[in-house]
Design a protein around this ligand. Structure first.
Ligand SMILES: [Zn+2]
Length: 169
């Protein structure tokens, strides 16, 4: 029996918890080490009407549609096909919505998230960018495009290691 069917007759709170659990297993298409929940893309889960609202990290980013598709597929897979996925763009996504766990995963992945409270609209190159390897701020942008179109490639002048910096997430 799929998860959605198992909790079909369950209390709304239990169903919502199960849906959050499904979403926590959906990786961000751009940064697969972090889930859409940790990234703060999932805003609300409601039981009546059954709906998940998401706020894309950046509306111009090609990953946006991929995120919605991935969430839809995960919900269907888990037996929650009646749950709608709605996109809201206001208020806009903020880096403050990244969970502490998400921040740790981003740093382990080599991305330096801005400090909480900074409230940036996107994970953008911070000048100076802090090297995720050694913590140095002696860094420089060496390419507008990193491993994906949403990242720029930076290099640390202290340890010479390259790292990705988000510019449109
Ligand atoms: Zn370094």
């Amino acid at each position: 029996m799929r998860h959605g069917e198992a909790v079909a007759g369950a209390a709304p709170a239990e169903r919502m918890r199960a849906i959050w659990g499904v979403l926590a297993g959906v990786p961000d298409p751009e940064i697969p080490v972090i889930s859409v929940v940790d990234l703060g893309i999932v805003r609300t889960v409601t039981a009546d009407p059954p709906r998940v609202t998401i706020t894309p990290t950046y509306t111009g980013c090609p990953a946006t549609q991929a995120i919605e598709r991935a969430i839809r597929a995960a919900l269907d897979e888990a037996g929650f096909s009646e749950v709608a996925v709605a996109t809201v763009i206001s208020p806009p996504w903020s880096t403050d919505w990244i969970s502490n766990e998400g921040r740790r995963k981003l740093r382990d992945f080599g991305i330096s998230p801005p400090p909480r409270g900074d409230g940036r609209g996107h994970l953008v190159e911070t000048k100076p960018s802090v090297c995720p390897h050694c913590g140095s701020v002696e860094t420089e942008e060496i390419s507008r495009f990193g491993s994906t179109p949403c990242k720029a490639l930076w290099r640390c002048r202290s340890c010479a290691e390259p790292f990705d910096q988000f510019k449109c997430h």
